[in-house]
Design a protein around this ligand. Structure first.
Ligand code: PMV
Length: 345
């Protein structure tokens, strides 16, 4: 049994996918149908604390409130703790406390930062590791942590690395891999999250991943992904915002076309988002808005621009759409892990 007063604190950022992960080859092993590529964020983070406790059952708290295994929201968290315990061959129960730095259901992938932070904190607690170096010295490299995080939520595996991250698919779980292509220092890109609608999404991404294969567009998409990954890597390597922007807008609209043409169909955004996207395109065409959009499985929009343009872009949005709240983020360095010896409960 571990020292019951040690609290292992993991802080893991969310990420925004430029090339989207949508559809799985194998749901059991969380194998993606295609490669994806993302930018890790800086301020949108989940902080999760894991503390070994007596007794045989885990305790999970979200923003100070206890969540039980029977709660729909907590089911995946308890199930991931069981998966991790089995992967690490441990039995020790943990008390988990978790919170996000950003509002829930705001279009920032909370499952990416959430399952990343849960994986990191629980693994640190079970292996009694005070920081990332100690975890690595015990064989828990970021690539191994990413593999574990993927079992909770696919996109979480990309959040274990900072900067620009490529998740490569494979036909076998042993050969899929996640790697950082460039660190955050390579290109200081900003992400302005435009909150068009903050209601909880009606269709989970798990349901969407499942129905993707029924879309007549899906196989055509899979065929063009390798070339698109090559092109976006070139754009990032040369810090070419226009080329990057064209690719991310194609990606986002293509993913939503697949969602709409799947059976059952999923519609993640409505008129307000469509109007905002049309405005972004028109403004850019006129040379007034040096920013490009992407959208995940929800109605909120991520506008990607260079850091020195962020204020001008945000001011323009606020003047034209005062009803939308904005969250301003940028490319980030990746996760952190620390140990705290106090007992606060
Ligand atoms: O990790 P999941 O199962 O929540 O899927 C994420 C799907 C998207 O956010 C829409 C795309 C992506 O690559 O992050």
């Amino acid at each position: 049994m571990q020292d019951a007063h040690k609290r292992f604190v993991a802080k893991v950022p969310s990420n925004i996918a430029f090339i989207k992960y949508w559809g799985k080859k194998d749901s059991q092993q969380q194998l993606p149908a295609n490669d994806s590529l993302s930018m890790t964020l800086s301020t949108a983070t989940t902080t999760t604390t894991a503390c070994p406790i007596n007794g045989g059952t885990h305790e999970v708290y979200f923003r100070g409130q206890r969540l039980f295994e029977s709660d729909a929201f907590a089911k995946k968290i308890y199930s991931h703790l069981k998966t991790l315990a089995s992967e690490l061959s441990v039995k020790q129960a943990l008390r988990i406390e978790t919170q996000n730095s950003y509002p829930d259901s705001c279009g920032i992938a909370s499952s990416a930062s959430g399952f990343g932070a849960l994986t990191l904190a629980a693994t640190a607690a079970w292996t009694n590791s005070a920081d990332l170096n100690e975890l690595e010295s015990k064989g828990f490299y970021l690539s191994k942590l990413a593999r574990l995080a993927r079992l909770g939520s696919g996109s979480a595996c990309r959040s274990l690395f900072g900067g620009f991250v490529h998740w490569q698919t494979s036909d076998s779980a042993d050969f899929q891999k996640v790697e950082q292509c460039w660190p955050d220092s390579h290109w200081d890109l900003a992400d302005i999250v435009v909150l068009v609608n903050t209601q909880k999404k009606a269709i989970s991404s798990s349901q969407g991943h499942q129905s993707a294969w029924s879309s007549p567009l899906f196989r055509q998409r899979l065929a063009v992904i390798p070339e698109r990954v090559r092109d976006i890597k070139k754009a990032i390597a040369s810090r070419d915002l226009d080329s990057l922007g064209r690719i991310i807008e194609t990606e986002a609209t293509e993913m939503h076309a697949i969602m709409l043409s799947s059976r059952p169909a999923s519609k993640y955004y409505g008129e307000a988002t469509s109007q905002f996207l049309a405005w972004v395109r028109a403004q850019r065409y006129e040379g007034f808005l040096p920013a490009y959009f992407t959208i995940d499985a929800g109605p909120n929009v991520h506008l990607i621009c260079e850091q020195e343009r962020v204020e001008a872009v945000a001011t323009k949005i606020a003047a034209n759409f005062p009803e939308f709240e904005l969250l301003i983020d940028r490319v980030g360095a990746g996760p952190s892990l620390a140990i705290c010896n106090e007992q606060t409960f």
